[in-house]
Write a new protein. Structure first.
Length: 202
């Protein structure tokens, strides 16, 4: 397995795997981020469903490692989480996004898809966007991300997903916009600042 020599290498792999868009196919308009006030008020963050608090704790540890671009350590925590709760769909999503190989990526995507049912709508949109990206269906990937953003405009990780999508399209202006939103929502979100710096160099 390749050992990454710099944070830049790890960041590029994370962006490429999470977006899995292999070529620019035209730029999309920035998704609307203002929720419809007439709709039911949703929590700020996409809910994460698991039956195990131990699995949830491991998942949160994995996110902390991923935020600092420690993808190997992050992946290990997500893998431990699904060992405890094999139906933990969002942990499979994060396993895919922190995977170190195409084989591991697609295996995690498949397990996320198999556990799609009975998840919250936000989780389902995350998973559907991941699947669409894995299938290189960028139109549907963008559609799911737009809907996710409209539901959770105060979720910094959702902004990261949208920003990564735009980065894969070489739409640096909109990528910068959403990395900036993520950083503004959570000033301690190191991954957003790292990716923002990368996007600003292009």
């Amino acid at each position: 397995m390749r050992v990454f020599e710099s944070p830049g290498d790890a960041r590029l792999l994370a962006v490429l795997i999470s977006s899995i868009a292999l070529a620019a196919c035209g730029q999309q308009e920035t998704p609307e981020t203002t929720p419809n006030v007439a709709e039911t008020v949703l929590p700020d963050k996409v809910p994460v469903t698991t039956q195990s608090e131990e699995a949830r704790a491991l998942y949160e540890q994995g996110l902390a490692f991923a935020d600092n671009l420690q993808l190997v350590e992050a992946n290990e925590r997500f893998a431990s989480a699904v060992e405890i709760d094999p139906e933990f769909a969002m942990a499979y999503v994060r396993m895919a996004q922190s995977s170190q190989s195409a084989t591991a990526f697609f295996k995690a995507v498949g397990k996320a898809e198999r556990n799609l049912q009975l998840r919250t709508e936000g989780e389902q949109l995350y998973i559907k966007a991941l699947i669409a990206g894995a299938e290189n269906d960028q139109e549907m990937q963008f559609e799911y991300l737009v809907k996710l953003m409209s539901m959770y405009p105060r979720d910094e990780r959702t902004h990261m997903q949208v920003a990564n999508y735009f980065l894969s399209q070489q739409n640096f202006a909109d990528a910068i916009k959403h990395y900036s939103h993520a950083a503004a929502i959570n000033p301690e979100f190191a991954a957003a600042f790292n990716s923002l710096g990368y996007a600003q160099r292009n």
